[in-house]
Design a protein around this ligand. Structure first.
Ligand SMILES: Nc1ncnc2c1ncn2[C@@H]1O[C@H](COP(=O)(O)OP(=O)(O)OP(=O)(O)O)[C@@H](O)[C@H]1O
Length: 742
């Protein structure tokens, strides 16, 4: 907008807005052509002036007109009387001037054209079209009168004067002179008189002409002045026209600029509208954010108020605590005084403690000595008990076995209080091996004594309690071997592994042994012992070793080899060894072994009962305090069913199995017998089982045999055979066990 204002302001050169110029409809701004400057009558050459005079005398229409005009003007008052006031004023106007100029420059009659209104001088001059007409009307009567003169009548001037007072006076003089006779017309012959009249008229005319000339000169001067004014005004008009043209161009330029500015303005307006819409959207967004922030501020204020309340509460609480603190300080100071006294007491007691610690250390040393002595005594007791001990266990009647006898085992008696005797009684027509009967019968009863007899009601925990000291012997560095011997279904697997996994009470010797081992390891850590336990699990089926902890896919061949110093260590090639680090780990090992045995059962019915399974736990211990070290082995063996071939009536594969089982079991018995007899040759190699367990059956081992007996009466003969075999084993003294130290 400032651009717009600037050019406008500069138009009048004053900084103010230009007045609105009148815009003519046509070329009204064009100024009339400047009048040609005419010379004044005084500047005219004398010939022309004479010519005027002559013309007036010749009586031509044109000249007479000029003369008449002059003459009529000569008598200014007369002339004014013939014309109106406005006519006189018009004589001062440019039009009238042009008329007079026309008279002077163009003596011939030319119709006087009125100037068009549009070409009229500016109104300031006062020249109007109507005025121009008035001038013409003022001139016209004069011409008429002159015409009358030219027609040969009495001189027009004379006649005309009859209409005015001055004319009347001028007319009277010639008449008196001519008439001499009182207005009498001169005779034709009176040439002299007529000449006088003429001269008189001529003088009058000359006088009138002189006046008119003077008036003409005055008018010419005025014309000249007006022409100058006109010229000046023309220049002014030209300047104004230039200004107007410049203004017009400026206006066009400004209009163009305005259009451009308007276009720009439209663009800016559109842009601004866009920005306004953006700003509106932004404003709405800000409003929403503001509302959100207001909500947050409100929530924050509420939180602040809550905090203020909390602060106030805490402040009051702090005041209370400060008071309490002061009280505490007081009591603390008292306590510190007391503490200083106590420090003295503590220092004194520390001295006592040091002496006590020394005493304790002495006691610990003595304790270790006593522990060593305890071990020795423990093993002495074990030795006194015998390195082969036999426990007899009778399982309860199960399910349908209880029918008819109310769950009581009729043919078995447990007479002694020490639970070391089992009495087997023949009831009714029991089929019996007569040779056996002959050997041990007292009447119809057969009495067997073992290290311990467990009745059907005995729990797994009771049984384990009796073997737990053997487990401790394995930790002390002895080779321990625990067998489960008996016919199929007598409870060997239940005793060794346990019943249901979900029933902790039914856990067998193996998991309980592992739990005890870990408990003992933990206890012995305090005494400086650190143990490592490795487990392997195999079965011997038809004199073939299978790895029960393997992946079950590889049919690797396993051989028993003797290694180590003096070939004392028995190893099995390609056998999986698992480091057991937790007591629960053994459960998964048992599951895996059971799974592998189940896979084998699909190939051979009742595979598990027809094979020996051996779980071996190798325990390696070191005592960092005493420097002691030991290696013990715990063998937990679930033997195959001990049915006699004759009683079992086996054929085919079952016969082969039975023969293999019998061979290994009889070899086991023979080995034990040979050990008891202190034979030079111990037939370990006669079976894989005895070859594998040779180090656990000799003098450096402790052996426990469970003889499991079935409570069923129909199994009387097999039970009798098992008890007899166990009795033989129990009677063997296979020497003193030796601790195996590293
Ligand atoms: N003391 C016991 N208390 C309760 N149930 C028992 C006991 N002993 C054995 N049983 C049960 O008797 C059945 C046979 O026992 P188990 O399988 O242990 O005999 P086994 O001698 O191992 O037979 P096999 O030689 O065929 O393996 C099993 O169902 C077992 O749960």
């Amino acid at each position: 907008m400032s651009q717009l204002k600037r050019p406008l302001a500069t138009l009048n050169g004053t900084g103010s807005r230009l007045p609105r110029l009148p815009v003519p409809k046509s070329s009204s701004l064009r100024m009339p052509v400047p009048l040609k400057r005419t010379r004044s009558p005084d500047e005219l050459p004398s010939e022309k002036r004479i010519c005027l005079e002559n013309r007036s005398s010749t009586g031509s229409n044109s000249s007479s007109c000029s003369v008449s005009s002059v003459s009529s003007q000569k008598s200014g008052s007369n002339l004014r009387s013939q014309t109106s006031g406005s006519s006189l004023r018009s004589q001062t106007s440019g039009s009238n001037l042009r008329a007079n100029k026309y008279v002077l420059n163009k003596p011939k009659a030319v119709p006087v054209k009125p100037q068009p209104a549009t070409r009229a001088a500016p109104s300031r001059t006062g020249l109007t079209r109507s005025n121009s007409v008035v001038v013409k009307s003022a001139i016209k009567p004069v011409v008429t009168r002159t015409t009358m003169v030219s027609r040969g009548g009495p001189p027009a001037s004379t006649r005309n004067r009859t209409t005015g007072s001055s004319g009347q006076q001028a007319q009277k003089a010639p008449e008196s002179s001519v008439g001499g006779g009182g207005g009498k017309k001169r005779q034709a012959w009176d040439l002299k008189g007529r000449l006088q009249d003429m001269e008189l008229i001529l003088r009058e005319q000359k006088s009138s002409s002189s006046d008119l000339m003077m008036q003409l000169q005055s008018n010419n001067n005025r014309i000249f002045s007006l022409e100058n004014q006109n010229s000046h005004l023309s220049g002014t008009v030209a300047q104004k026209e230039q200004v107007a043209t410049a203004a017009s161009e400026e206006i066009s330029f400004l209009k163009k600029q305005i259009r451009e500015e308007e276009e720009k303005f439209d663009g800016i307006r559109r842009k601004l509208q866009g920005e306004i819409s953006d700003l509106t959207f932004l404003k709405e967004t800000l409003d929403r954010q503001k509302q959100q922030l207001d909500g947050e501020v409100t929530a924050a204020n509420a939180e602040i108020n809550g905090l203020k309340t909390t602060v106030a509460q805490m402040t009051s609480a702090q005041a209370g605590m400060s008071a309490e603190l002061e009280a505490t300080k007081v009591s603390l100071e008292a306590a510190m005084r007391e503490g200083r006294q106590k420090d003295e007491e503590i220092r004194r007691l520390k001295g006592v403690v040091r002496s006590q610690e020394e005493t304790i250390e002495d006691f610990n040393a003595k304790f270790r000595e006593h522990e060593t002595a305890r071990r020795k005594l423990h093993n002495t007791i074990q030795e006194l008990k015998g390195n082969i001990r036999v426990f007899c266990r009778v399982r309860p009647l199960l399910g349908d076995e209880c029918l008819g006898n109310n769950g009581d085992v009729q043919h078995m008696n447990f007479p002694d209080v020490d639970q070391k005797v089992l009495e087997l009684e023949k009831i009714g027509d029991m089929a019996m091996n007569e040779s056996c009967l002959a050997a041990s019968r007292r009447g119809n009863k057969f009495e067997f004594s073992f290290d311990r007899v467990f009745q059907p009601s005995s729990s797994q925990a009771e049984v384990f309690e009796e073997i737990s000291q053997l487990i401790q012997s394995a930790l002390d560095g002895y080779n321990v071997c625990i067998f489960a011997y008996g016919q199929t279904g007598s409870g060997k697997t239940y005793t060794m592994e346990g019943g249901s996994v979900n029933d902790p009470e039914s856990q067998g010797m193996i998991p309980r042994a592992v739990v005890q081992i870990f408990e003992s390891i933990k206890e012995m850590e305090a005494k400086g012992w650190k143990y490592n336990m490795e487990a392997s699990f195999l079965e011997i089926y038809n004199e073939t070793i299978r790895d029960l902890l393997g992946n079950g896919k590889d049919e690797l061949k396993h051989e028993i080899k003797l290694t180590g110093m003096g070939s004392n260590d028995v190893i099995v090639t390609n056998l999986t060894l698992v480091t057991v680090e937790t007591d629960t780990q053994i459960t998964s090992l048992l599951k895996k072994a059971s799974h592998n045995r189940a896979v084998a059962e699909t190939k051979c019915n009742e595979h598990s009962s027809r094979s020996h399974s051996v779980l071996r736990l190798k325990l390696t211990g070191e005592n960092s305090l005493s420097g002691e070290a030991c290696v013990g082995t715990l063998n937990l063996v679930d033997l195959a069913g001990s049915e006699r071939l004759k009683e079992s009536g086996s054929e085919g594969q079952r016969l082969k199995e039975t023969l293999s089982i019998n061979k290994s079991l009889s070899t086991l018995g023979n080995v034990i017998m040979a050990l008891g007899n202190k034979d030079n040759h111990i037939p370990y190699r006669n079976s894989k089982l005895t070859y594998l367990l040779q180090n656990s059956l000799g003098g450096n081992s402790k052996t426990l045999m469970f003889v499991n007996a079935s409570p069923k009466e129909e199994c009387f003969q097999e039970t009798l055979n098992s008890l007899r075999f166990a009795t033989k084993v129990n009677q063997c003294n296979i020497g003193t066990a030796q601790k195996k130290s590293k």
